[in-house]
Design a protein around this ligand. Structure first.
Ligand code: SF4
Length: 620
């Protein structure tokens, strides 16, 4: 018997504007659509992953060239939103271009092309048939969303518009409603419940019979004191799997040479569990982070739910590449999640973010489940600096994780943050020292610190040698002065020790460039295997130490030396080692460590030691 159809009593269109990564559907859209379909089956919910259409029209390489940089991406739609200021947007765009850049240098032609694509899309939709249009706005999507909203309101002034997303979270985000009166509602925080509440309100037979607006939703009339009225799901375990059908339907409509195999975003949690207070007891979490303004607390899905969702999505869309969108992977469930994924018996390719204290045993499970790329919150190779950032790990922990990624053949696509305000000579010197020991591992990508709105560095600016904070000056190139003054952008400007920082970190930048060159050479020399690895012979081990453009140095450790080397595969305190190998005095053990550190085979931090050679057997 055919399923009974629910009579449609309302229509909503959710939009994700350019410039997110084109090769994956929008997780916020997918999650919202699935939730609305489950909660309000009588409302027809469509999700438009509009960025994909733009990427196809521009060509994927050209799109990617623009989408890679936030100011560059925002400049394109700024020129459409404020044609009289287009020359400023163009100057901002041009300033971001580098030699050999994939992005076009013909800004005006790019803007014309994007305008044409948007014009076609705006015309194709019957706006008056909708009850609501919603925009989810994250990085790079601000000007594009605002431009589209203004055009939609030109076509259909009475259509209510709601916006939400990470770009407008936290204090003063409601200013947006005053600056852009085209926007009727703003969701501050998670979208599911406020959006469902709004739709109930708008589609009720007698709207006035539903008193007030649901929590988490704001209008231009909202009073400042009401801004923290978060309204999020208590638990994630009843959330349905994200609905990506609209993205795949769009892709299927492209000519064959424009189709590709997308990556599927999944989430096991929302928020972050890393809350440990900094030494002064002023804030919890990492000092530079503002990723979690959208959520209150930390919530996770159940392990089985995550595994089943991943399998469902992979099977439905016949795609094997998945990416976890979690800011902080749930460590308590991690083992069960990866065992479960492995149990599916699929050849998956998975990306996830991790904290540096992930145990090697878990990393192995991840590899067996299909994790081939990770981004680890390394950020620094100086423990003095890591403490300022409140990362809760030491350099020795970072090196340990880097080694284990190397040993397992997991690509470690992590960052080394330069120019953190308040860094000093000690931070730089420690970094330079660590680099000499990290040289065997995949190089970190250097990124320059940027000030995140409402991050601890922003809130406790003085502590980080920041004298004043203000809207980023680039905002004035994107928006006319009165608008720029009243918008709070996620990237903030500041006055502090930036000039000093740029100078201070120059040597590290140079050394990191050399690290990359040497690593590439070593990869060619070893055929992609770890440049520092040991093979186990039972009572002895043999360590191969490859050096760029030089003969390999081979070391043999026997007996107790081999045992200690194996034992220090994770950071071990001298006391622990001495306790384990009690037949030998701490002085003898220390002398062994000293000789190993000299040869760069062991890293020493305080009284802790880490063997640097990766076990060759892990790659098998
Ligand atoms: S950087 Fe990652 S671990 Fe640190 S507070 Fe932010 S989300 Fe949490």
């Amino acid at each position: 018997m055919p399923a009974e159809k629910t009579a449609i009593q309302g229509r909503v269109l959710l939009v994700s504007a350019p410039w997110p990564l084109f090769n994956r559907p929008s997780l916020p859209l997918g999650a919202l659509k699935a939730y609305l379909r489950k909660t309000l089956p009588h409302i027809q919910t469509d999700a438009c992953h509009l960025f994909l259409q733009v990427a196809q029209a521009l060509g994927y390489d050209r799109y990617q060239g623009v989408s890679r940089r936030v100011w560059r991406a925002e400049a394109v739609f700024s020129a459409l939103l404020y044609p009289e200021h287009a020359h400023l947007a163009e100057s901002l765009y041009t300033r971001t271009l580098k030699r050999g850049d994939a992005a076009t240098d013909d800004f005006q032609q790019l803007v014309r092309q994007v305008k044409g694509v948007m014009g076609g899309w705006l015309q194709r939709i019957n706006w008056s048939a909708l009850d609501l249009v919603g925009f989810t706005i994250s990085f790079c999507q601000v000007t594009a969303s605002l431009y589209l909203i203004s055009k939609i309101k030109d076509i259909c002034p009475s259509l209510p518009v709601v916006v939400g997303g990470s770009s407008f979270s936290g204090e003063r985000s409601a200013d947006l409603l005053n600056v852009f009166p085209h926007i009727d509602y703003l969701v501050v925080g998670e979208g599911e419940r406020p959006l469902a509440g709004l739709l109930r309100h708008l589609t009720a037979p007698r709207p006035r019979s539903i008193p007030g607006l649901p929590d988490g939703l704001f209008t231009a009339d909202t009073k400042p004191g009401e801004m923290d009225r978060f309204c999020q799901l208590h638990r994630l375990d009843r959330l349905p799997a994200p609905d990506y059908d609209d993205y795949f339907n769009m892709l299927a409509g492209f000519s064959p040479h424009h189709r590709f195999f997308p990556v599927l975003p999944v989430e096991a949690s929302r928020g972050c569990w890393w809350h440990r207070q900094d030494a002064a007891g002023q804030f919890g979490g990492c000092a530079f982070c503002n990723l979690n303004l959208q959520w209150q607390g930390y919530r996770t899905k159940g392990a089985q739910q995550v595994v089943l969702e991943m399998d469902y999505l992979a099977q439905r869309h016949q795609v094997l590449s998945l990416t976890f969108a979690d800011n902080a992977f749930p460590m308590k469930q991690a083992s069960s999640i990866f065992d479960g994924i492995r149990g599916l018996g699929r050849d998956l390719s998975i990306f996830t973010e991790l904290r540096a204290n992930t145990p090697p045993s878990l990393l192995r499970k991840m590899k067996l489940a299909g994790v081939d790329t990770v981004q680890v919150g390394i950020e620094a190779l100086s423990s003095h600096l890591l403490a300022k950032m409140n990362k809760g790990v030491r350099v020795i922990d970072n090196l340990s994780l880097m080694k284990h990624c190397e040993a397992l053949g997991i690509v470690n696509a992590s960052n080394l943050m330069l120019h953190f305000p308040g860094s000093d000579d000690q931070d730089v010197n420690e970094t330079l020292h660590s680099l000499a020991f990290a040289r065997w591992y995949r190089p970190l990508k250097t990124v320059s610190f940027w000030l995140g709105l409402e991050s601890p560095t922003y809130r406790f600016a003085r502590r980080f040698h920041i004298r004043s904070v203000f809207n980023h000056p680039n905002l004035k190139k994107l928006f006319p002065e009165p608008v720029a003054a009243n918008l709070r952008f996620m990237i903030q400007g500041y006055r502090g020790d930036r000039t000093r920082q740029l100078k201070l970190w120059r040597t590290v930048e140079k050394k990191t460039r050399q690290w990359q060159k040497d690593y590439d050479t070593l990869q060619r020399q070893t055929g992609g295997k770890p440049a520092l690895a040991f093979r186990d012979g039972g009572r002895f081990i043999i360590i191969d130490q490859h050096l760029p453009m030089q003969a390999t140095v081979r070391h043999r450790l026997t007996g107790i030396s081999a045992e200690i080397y194996r034992y220090c595969h994770i950071p071990r305190a001298l006391k622990q080692v001495a306790g384990m190998f009690a037949a030998h005095s701490p002085e003898q053990i220390r002398a062994f460590f000293k000789s190993m550190v000299k040869k760069r085979l062991i890293f020493e931090e305080g009284d802790c030691y880490l063997s640097l050679a990766a076990p060759a057997s892990w790659l098998q």
